[in-house]
Ligand binder design. Sequence first.
Ligand SMILES: [Zn+2]
Ligand SMILES: [Zn+2]
Length: 338
Amino acid sequence: MGQETIGHMPAISHLNEDQLIQVKITLDSPLRWVNSYILQDEQGITLIDPGPRTMSSEQEWAQALAALQLNVEDITSVVLTHHHPDHYGIAGWFQEQSGAKVWMSERAHQEAQLMWGEKPHDAGMNKQLPAFFAAHGMPEFWLSQIPEHLDSFIQQVSPQPKVTYINEETHISMGGRLWVPVQTAGHAPGHISFYHPDSGVILCGDAVLPQISPNISLVPDSDAEPLHLFLEGLRRLQELNVRTAYPGHRHPFTHFRERIEALLLHHEERLTNIAGMLSAAGCLTGFEVCVALFGDKLGIHQMRFAMCEALAHLAELVRQNRAELSETEAGMFCFKPA
Ligand SMILES: [Zn+2]
Ligand SMILES: [Zn+2]
């Protein structure tokens, strides 16, 4: 698909068929890179999901723009699928240099503020998340690592951008084409995919990924039924007539509907698996379910996602009346078969 010109770093692919340029910005997580996309027209340059703000991402963007003979001042829009640092992080840095508008959904922006809004240190999510995990049985060994872990993202999202909101009612012009925003949730509240019906192209962020099952997170003060919302969103996306999907991670792919079918099945199987665990044990905390699913040989980053994913599935079993929330003798929450 297109010709690939790999410089030192980053890899740049000219996806000529769909008038997109893909720039792979390096991540140090197991995801390895985030796909940013460049669209151009006479109005200027649009960047989609430019990545986290790190030393290496700043250098990679400088190299990429130079290799493409683009000027940072010509960036008129930075468009974000969702608030995660690996997509949103460097948007504010680009805005400072170019004056570009930064677009995301209002719901996604709320979530960015929930995670990294102006709060006194040691308040907000740094307190809320360990308390939430403690109530669901996570031991102190992990809890004590969370505040520092969350703080480590602050520099990846600074400076934070001034945001203009996108919603499903307003089509957005990028690269001389009008794109239909499709808002879903589950992986991230207010996640927007951009669909171009005439060509069957979708820029789908992390809503649908090839090979990887997007993490579904139950987080305090956020959506209470994230897996339910995720599955609903997948069913909506499955109705679109997609020829090629350009995801936030891994490679562009054409089997969009089949991939969605596989993700729906994966979550159904995991729900059935957890329901079976609850029946066998009688009562399990969220942490016990998390360790049964993912083990405990994880770094804090992976453990946070594993715990949030286990709790998202447990919340869905409760919603479906297949489990109920109860309490252990130690005063923690646990889940019983309904
Ligand atoms: Zn994400
Ligand atoms: Zn991502």
